[in-house]
Design a protein around this ligand. Structure first.
Ligand SMILES: Cc1cc2nc3c(=O)[nH]c(=O)nc-3n(C[C@H](O)[C@H](O)[C@H](O)COP(=O)(O)OP(=O)(O)OC[C@H]3O[C@@H](n4cnc5c(N)ncnc54)[C@H](O)[C@@H]3O)c2cc1C
Ligand code: SF4
Length: 508
């Protein structure tokens, strides 16, 4: 995003902009139908060589992909914005920390991110879903099932709309529209879903950037007698004995929530606050499956969903004076409802028998509902260097521990009970029943570790992502987040990166 913004604004060309990527190139679009076939037939990963051997992180499970395009080669492409409240929970609710920027300041960068990714979306009610401009593409159409589920939500008093997604609803950026192959995660065979390799391909084809792959940055080194970063050292994985020295006027660390803090800690830079690696953040979810007397046809684009911001845009009065904010999404669930070759007694089913069995089991439907809720991060929610585990070059690998701030830990039962009560009320409104609920213990869309702030004593970077300690060192995107909000966060990471890029362009 940063490279694309700088190139588009004529600030930097290939002689000026060098991007270093530790991982390998990923298979191009032309190979993705075949890769999808093998994934469906054999359960193979469609992304060979997307990890670096020996480069492991201890801590809660998240994808550890390192490759051209990063984690978003795997992503689902779901792109909601945060809501204005996310940026000022301390002022509004007296918990956590305010961001040094507002939703309104981020709005133009959200717009740019939506344009660059190619987001298809439906404008929700403006009071719930504030936007200064239309989405770049019309929404992905709601399936028959989602239309029925939207009617059910309405009966429960909840207004829902089509989830914004970085998936083409019409031809866009030279790529095809979505044709509902329904394998967005792990692989979209048509290119309808955005992935970052498209950006790299376009920038390289237009000769706007040089991208060095299989090259791992190991240190950022300050200039002697100055607070500026002078150069970075790196290792080319194919020539491990050579030490590369990379000199530049500005350095942008865009290595995601884990590796950005890791690099700064290894380098011993940007850490006068002692907060590099601290305040890791994300959101937890409560999920339920609700059986409903609705004739849903299982398996029509299961990856698309309805969304609402009704429970994000609340005040303390709405939640009994206590802090609880969450999103809400609804999907059809086809789990266990596909056609089968044997009935419950194990008898073989073929032809009409198979269809009769399938029809009987699909007279009613199941909705999957899920709420991501805001977790206030603790200072000790942290990435540290584990000196007992070294990578191939002798550097300590990271250790991650996500921890709720005490006020958030105290609110956990209240919040999760509140969400479960909502699910029960929703089921009742549709004459249905909640079949089961669960809480995933990890925090999704991890972020933080180099949080932004106005005060150098309590933050690592300023409101534009420039480190307080080094005027030519920037950290962008996920690591700069103050909190994880309560919606998929990558669009926000992109908007933050573009805001940093605009400021860097000014500086250059
Ligand atoms: C299965 C899955 C589904 C997801 N679905 C969604 C979704 O629907 N919506 C959503 O909002 N988010 C989703 N996400 C999350 C989303 O993919 C990430 O938030 C996003 O891709 C993070 O991008 P990033 O640039 O911050 O970091 P990364 O993608 O991790 O990129 C960092 C890059 O830096 C490179 N790097 C790291 N250290 C070094 C070094 N020292 N030297 C050189 N290179 C280095 C890495 O190799 C990597 O390529 C999903 C993630 C997964 C895994
Ligand atoms: S439904 Fe299919 S075509 Fe559409 S984005 Fe997903 S994988 Fe791509």
């Amino acid at each position: 995003m940063v490279a694309e913004h700088l190139a588009a604004h004529g600030v930097a060309g290939p002689a000026d902009m060098l991007v270093i990527e530790a991982g390998d190139e990923m298979p191009g679009l032309a190979q993705r139908y075949a890769l999808r076939e093998r994934t469906l037939a054999y359960g193979e990963s469609p992304w060979p060589r997307d990890h670096i051997d020996g480069y492991e992180i201890e801590g809660p499970l998240q994808s550890r992909s390192m490759c051209v395009g990063g984690l978003a080669m795997h992503w689902g492409g779901v792109t909601p914005r945060f809501s204005p409240e996310d940026f000022k929970v301390k002022s509004l609710f007296g918990v956590g920390h305010d961001w040094p920027i507002s939703y309104e300041e981020l709005e133009p960068h959200y717009e740019e991110a939506e344009r660059l990714l190619g987001v298809a979306g439906e404008q929700g009610p403006p009071g719930m879903d504030p936007r200064a401009s239309a989405f770049p593409m019309p929404p992905l159409p709601l399936t028959y099932n989602l239309e029925l589920l939207r009617g059910w939500a309405q009966k429960a008093g909840i207004t829902m709309w089509s989830q914004p997604s970085a998936k083409n609803s019409v031809p866009y950026a030279g790529r095809a529209p979505c044709c509902r192959n329904d394998t967005c995660t792990p692989i979209c065979p048509t290119g309808a879903k955005y992935s970052p390799d498209f950006t790299w391909d376009a920038l390289r084809k237009a000769k706007r950037v040089r991208l060095a792959t299989r090259t791992l940055v190991r240190r950022l080194v300050p200039e002697r007698g100055s607070s500026r970063i002078g150069y970075a050292t790196a290792v080319a994985r194919d020539r491990p004995n050579d030490v590369l020295e990379l000199h530049a006027k500005h350095f942008v660390v865009a290595a995601g929530y884990a590796w950005s803090a890791h690099l700064l800690l290894l380098s011993g830079v940007a850490n006068s606050s002692g907060l590099v690696g601290k305040y890791l953040t994300g959101h937890r979810n409560v999920q339920a499956f609700i059986q409903l007397p609705l004739a849903l046809y299982p398996g029509i684009n299961e990856q698309h969903s309805l969304v609402t911001k009704q429970f994000m845009r609340v005040s303390p009065d709405d939640t009994g004076g206590r802090y609880a904010r969450h999103d809400l999404r609804i999907w059809e669930s086809a789990s266990g409802r596909g056609p089968r070759l044997r009935d419950d007694a194990g008898a073989l089913l073929l032809g009409d028998g198979l269809l009769r069995d399938w029809r009987a089991r699909t007279k009613t439907g199941v909705a999957r509902v899920r709420a991501y809720y805001d977790v206030i991060p603790d200072r000790a929610s942290e990435l540290t260097l584990d000196r007992s585990r070294l990578n191939g070059w002798g550097d300590p690998l990271p250790q991650l521990a996500f921890r709720d701030a005490p006020e958030s830990a105290a609110l956990r039962d209240f919040t999760e009970d509140r969400i479960r009560t909502l699910f029960t009320e929703m089921a009742r409104a549709g004459n249905g029943v909640v079949a089961r609920t669960n809480v995933d213990d990890f925090q999704d869309h991890p972020a933080g570790g180099c949080r932004m702030g106005a005060d150098p004593a309590t933050s690592v970077v300023d409101r534009f992502g420039r480190t307080h300690d080094h005027e030519n060192l920037w950290v962008v995107g996920a690591p700069t987040c103050v909190s994880g909000g309560c919606a998929n966060a990558t669009l926000t990471f992109c908007a933050l990166s573009l805001r940093s890029a605009a400021q860097l362009a000014e500086t250059l």
